[in-house]
Design a binder for this molecule. Structure first.
Ligand code: BGC
Length: 730
């Protein structure tokens, strides 16, 4: 999506430092922007830098009355939380017909995992390890939103998340840098397509810049205090991947970073994003995050907060009305240069031009197109397909799954078995509960005349009914509101009495299949030991029940893999596979090593883990050559075979460890993977490639690059694999 132009780097040697000129940049538009800027009043310019929510939907603590008057006076250039082609057309008409210059509005919304047809939550989708699927779901979500009058989604969220207490882990791709990059790129491409003038594509927004996922103690909005090295090695790469995919906008984050709130952080918003990376789109704040610099304690009042934001490099103020109230005065007094305002307005107008809104402001307001594109059969079918790829089979003793007509009497219970709303998960856009297929409906449709499904919602009754069942399916987990924004949990076990119920059901001696719905990894060793099988379903979206029935009855063999480590207990958190070794790595026979007195260091389920209805075997990895130079590509080859009796898909994962570095390096890092579909009995030779960039990092002196020496390469089915070979970089 991008073409290379000039090279422009700051002091640091940077990965992919060449400045990118995105496809949406157009010299002709720049000339039109020049003329527009020359006739705009200061107040009109500030209007373009202002974004208010409509009263249609609520996604934050404040609502502003009178936004329609602001549209009509040219004091408001963008609106969020207003959607549908007709409603947005009415608002657009105010901007186009009632204002002096007729500059069209930009309409944004949180289209996170679907607009009306809801796909699995992003964490679930990341569990598919399928970039094409993520791109497809973003494309469909983009088309539905565009048809509903929207121009801009506040997605993808590309925050690395390593603390499952943080409720927003559901919104990203999990703990890993490489998987995060792959998913970020796929989602940006899906929303934006190849051509933003296509009225079925929308602008994407990489958020939250940056390190929002590193909130202390997993508490939302809490302090972030990480090193520049961790910022650059771990938290920034998915943003850079989004930028390289041509992302049009960035959103700041609520957190502080090294004492400076991200929304007032010049290091992030100007030095890194503009000067080093060459980003040409615009930066919007998160919801009232300029105002929040007052309680953060870096600004005494709104005027001062606004100054920090604009000088840091913010272009658009979401909902805070700080630019709206103070910016013009600050330009008049000389505190803010007009050139700075012009630059921000230019970046915003650039995107309005890129969308073609100046040629036809109503191009996204076509009610016929709306009715043709939303919740279509094809969209539902894609949602079903992608949902079943997101499921991760965590446990399957005695091959109790898949169920079959021969499974006899199936008892279905659990508080989520017939809950339409919960299946949508948090941030479900215009998704509607009434559209959702629940597990109960999906199973009833699937069994047909074969096995019987007896649905018993009440827990106590279900325990009694268990005697007459051959197998028990329990739909359990979190309600949809227990993850997402402002939904951190200190205890990440199964909520309420659900674990007790599962134990009681298991005590009947009947096999218990747990279907788990949740927006985060849970710590549930008690459930794990009681259950015969566990299928991690996340929040699957509109087609939940169909997708689950496909998997439970074996029409689809699950192939999802965990994008986040599942801890044994919350006390292990943060726990992720890519940790450092320490100077005293765990030794069970030595007290003075890095471990707990009361808990193992091992997770319940590691990153990359997932079972299948078949089994796979990995041969030993081999290399064409045991040494490589910096310009070589190393080819790692491994034989993978399906050793079971049904077809299935495995995810071949390649991890690297830099054994000795100028700074300590993680025990392993994912650097490549491939999904491989294998028929029963089939084998395949898989080759994965490594370049110098895969071996590079921020070195002791903070330059980016590789260091010669020995690397261990691990290839297998999850992050624990010991299947390895060594490689020397010369
Ligand atoms: C969230 C953002 C979201 C915005 C607008 C904020 O509270 O942090 O992710 O895009 O609201 O709804």
């Amino acid at each position: 999506m991008t073409r290379l132009l000039t090279i422009c780097i700051g002091l640091l040697a940077l990965p992919l430092a060449a400045q990118q000129v995105p496809d949406w940049y157009n010299a002709g538009h720049e000339r039109r922007i020049d003329s527009l800027l020359s006739i705009m009043t200061l107040e009109e310019k500030v209007g373009q830098m202002t974004l208010f929510t409509s009263d249609w939907d609520v996604t934050g603590p404040t609502i502003r009355e009178g936004y329609q008057d602001d549209i009509k006076t040219g004091r408001l250039g963008a609106i969020f939380n207003a959607h549908t082609a007709g409603y947005n057309r009415d608002l657009q008409r105010m901007a186009v017909e009632d204002t002096r210059l007729g500059i069209p509005l930009l309409f944004g919304y949180d289209v996170i995992h679907g607009y009306r047809t809801i796909f699995p939550i992003p964490l679930g989708e990341a569990a598919s390890w399928n970039a094409e699927a993520a791109e497809e779901s973003a494309r469909i979500a983009g088309r539905e939103s565009a048809a509903a009058g929207l121009h801009w989604t506040f997605a993808p969220m590309v925050d690395i998340a390593r603390d499952p207490r943080w409720g927003r882990v559901m919104e990203g791709a999990g703990e890993d840098v490489y998987l995060g990059k792959v998913m970020a790129e796929a989602r940006v491409k899906g929303f934006q397509g190849d051509d933003l003038t296509d009225p079925l594509t929308i602008l994407a927004c990489a958020k939250h810049f940056a390190a929002y996922g590193a909130a202390q103690a997993g508490r939302d909005y809490h302090t972030v205090d990480i090193s520049e090295r961790v910022l650059r090695d771990i938290y920034l790469p998915p943003f850079r991947a989004a930028l390289d995919a041509g992302v049009a906008t960035f959103m700041t984050s609520f957190n502080e970073l090294d004492g400076v709130p991200a929304t007032g952080n010049k290091h992030l918003l100007t030095e890194i994003l503009r000067d080093q990376w060459g980003f040409m789109g615009f930066v919007v704040t998160d919801y009232t995050s300029i105002n929040e610099m007052i309680p953060h304690g870096v600004a005494a009042d709104e005027a001062e907060a606004g100054l920090l934001a604009v000088q840091a490099g913010v272009d658009m103020d979401m909902q805070g009305a700080v630019f709206y109230d103070h910016l013009a005065e600050q330009v008049e007094s000389g505190e803010v240069a007009m050139s700075q305002v012009n630059e921000a307005v230019r970046r915003i107008l650039r995107m309005k031009y890129a969308l073609g809104l100046f040629d036809d402001p109503y191009r996204y307001s076509d009610t016929t197109r709306q009715s043709q594109n939303i919740l279509t059969d094809a969209n539902r079918e894609a949602a079903r397909r992608i949902a079943r790829e997101s499921f991760v089979l965590l446990k399957n003793d005695d091959n109790i799954l898949p169920l079959s007509p021969g499974s006899g009497r199936i008892l279905l219970t659990g508080q989520l078995a017939d809950s339409q709303e919960d299946m949508l998960g948090a941030w479900h856009g215009d998704g509607r509960a009434a559209d959702v297929i629940t597990l109960l409906t999906g199973m009833e449709e699937a069994v047909g005349d074969g096995a019987q499904v007896n649905y018993v919602p009440d827990m106590q009754e279900a325990i009694r009914a268990a005697r007459r069942a051959d197998v028990i399916v329990v739909a359990t987990g979190e309600d949809w509101e227990m993850s997402g924004e402002a939904a951190s949990r200190a205890d990440i076990g199964l909520p309420g009495e659900q674990e007790a119920m599962i134990r009681a059901l298991a005590a009947t001696g009947k096999p218990v299949v747990v279907v788990l719905f949740n927006g985060r990894p849970l710590a549930f060793p008690g459930v794990d030991s009681a259950a015969t099988a566990i299928l991690e379903a996340w929040f699957p979206g509109t087609e939940a029940g169909h997708a689950l029935a496909d998997v439970l009855f074996g029409d689809h063999n699950p192939g999802g893999r965990l994008p986040m480590t599942f801890p044994r207990s919350v006390g292990q958190v943060p726990i992720f596979y890519s940790m450092k070794n320490t100077g005293r790595p765990m030794d069970p026979n030595n007290k003075y090593t890095s471990k707990y007195l009361d808990e193992s260091n091992d997770p319940l389920y590691p990153f990359g883990y997932g079972l299948s209805y078949t089994t796979f075997e990995y041969g030993a990895p081999s290399l064409e050559a045991g040494t490589m130079t910096r310009n070589d590509t190393a080819r790692v080859t491994v034989e993978v075979s399906n050793t079971g009796s049904v077809d299935g898909t495995t995810v071949v994962q390649l991890y690297v460890q830099d054994v000795v570095g100028s700074v300590t390096r993680p025990v392993r890092e994912l650097k490549a993977f491939r999904r491989v579909a294998l028929a029963a009995g089939e084998g395949q030779t898989v080759t994965l490639e490594l370049t110098e960039d895969d071996l590079s990092f921020y070195r002791r002196d903070m330059t980016y690059g590789s260091e010669p020496g020995k690397f261990m390469i691990y290839v297998g089915g999850d992050a624990r694999t010991s299947n390895s070979i060594s490689l020397t970089l010369e």
